[in-house]
Design a protein around this ligand. Structure first.
Ligand code: TYD
Length: 138
């Protein structure tokens, strides 16, 4: 997993805020075909609980704070996303959960492929079996 800081622009007036941007294959290491976002989630709720066979994703908390747990089958890494100027690049074959640390935090996801339920692994035992047999060969 890799933390990516986006390019940003701001004016001399801090009240005007910041504008962040990134371009596929330039500022982030893949091209995205799909964008989705999750919102209206209460603090303490944990979503995710799945891995992907091939999908790569960039996770951005555009508002609030969300803790991302990434498990490669051997170790778990925890990352708090609480800055819209940063994203977490999650490669294929990672079991992930996303825990809302604040009500109404918004998780924006850029995905390398169109939606395909057959790319999901929703059973943790199956994920561990595939990881151990070297399905992703890290
Ligand atoms: P899911 O990826 O399981 O969400 P989370 O990991 O946040 O809990 O998706 C929830 C539901 O939405 C599931 O039925 C699949 C559907 N879905 C789509 O139809 N298209 C999409 O692009 C995504 C991400 C999900």
């Amino acid at each position: 997993m890799e933390n990516i800081a986006f390019r940003s622009r701001f004016t001399n007036n801090p009240d005007e805020g910041r504008l962040c941007f990134f371009e596929a294959n330039k500022h982030i290491p893949f091209a995205f075909k799909r964008v989705y976002y999750t919102y209206g989630v209460k603090e303490g709720i944990i979503r995710g609980h799945h891995a992907h066979k091939a999908l790569e994703q960039l996770l951005i908390c555009v508002y609030g704070a969300i803790e991302i747990m990434c498990d490669d089958g051997e170790k778990k890494e925890y990352t708090v996303l609480d800055d819209p100027a940063k994203g977490l690049y999650v490669v294929r074959g990672i079991w992930r959960t996303m825990k809302w640390l604040k009500d109404d935090s918004v998780l924006l996801v850029l995905a390398s492929e169109y939606y395909d339920e057959s790319d999901y692994i929703r059973d943790y035992d199956e994920f561990i079996r595939l990881a151990k047999e070297g399905y992703w060969k890290r």
